[in-house]
Ligand binder design. Sequence first.
Ligand SMILES: Nc1ncnc2c1ncn2[C@@H]1O[C@H](COP(=O)(O)OP(=O)(O)OP(=O)(O)O)[C@@H](O)[C@H]1O
Ligand SMILES: [Mg+2]
Length: 277
Amino acid sequence: MLAPPLHPSDAVLRLDDVTLTYGKFTVLRNISLEVLPGQVVAIMGGSGSGKTTLLRAATGQLSAASGLVEVFGHDMAHTSTYDLQSLRKRMGVLFQQGALFTDLTVFENVAFPLREHLQLTPAKLLERVLDKLNAVGLRAAAHLAVSQISGGMARRVALARAVVMEPELVFFDEPFAGLDPISLGITARLIRSLSDRLGCASVVITHDVAESFAIADQVYLVGQGELKAHGSPATLGTSTDPYVQQFLQGQADGPVPFDYPATPAFQAWLTLQRERI
Ligand SMILES: Nc1ncnc2c1ncn2[C@@H]1O[C@H](COP(=O)(O)OP(=O)(O)OP(=O)(O)O)[C@@H](O)[C@H]1O
Ligand SMILES: [Mg+2]
């Protein structure tokens, strides 16, 4: 069993004066940030500014050269490999290059973490996966092969997979990359609604201003190896800092149809699934 946190704190993620390096190369220095339960926090910055590196520190893949990284109140520098595993089960990650298993169906892709980590009954598994697919508008696409869905749909399936374990903290690394403006707006709102519905905190790593400002409670902007600014979108919006201003462009998208329509093929697939239970 994981020992109780040494530093009880309300934050699900806290970085205090953290410096991150790869060997002699310092990517980020003196970073402090806090993610509270239920918050959507955007970490923004240009390409190569160290956003993914921050994520690696938060998930324990990279140790901080100095400073404190605390997840669910646990100091990551003093957490055993075994305890790290149980902390990781409480986190979900949508990796930047997060690919789906192309030889599995949409359903099996989302079911994968559940089959790995939990012993659910087939009925509970079906219910849980369909619930998460429903949350991303793809319940009726469950039976499709990954090769039969579009890139934007694949991203939504990956979102469903990232939250299927019902984590308390989810990291989305460039969830908007490669999406058209409409899918981009939908995905952003989806992250907000998933966070609200599941009650989890979300960290969205992105360089997309309009979308992250539309959904984030707090925004952190990194650049030139340091934290350039942080605050609510409203506060950052009024900043006169030229570096901050450089990021403030773009427009939110309007409402568009969201749910993939149910087809006879989906109904037949669902009936078959239920008959097997
Ligand atoms: N494993 C590694 N070893 C050495 N240097 C690395 C490693 N991973 C990343 N870097 C370097 O660290 C810097 C930050 O990389 P990182 O991937 O964190 O950037 P990013 O902000 O996520 O960029 P992008 O928006 O393009 O994804 C870059 O200069 C990169 O070349
Ligand atoms: Mg990155």
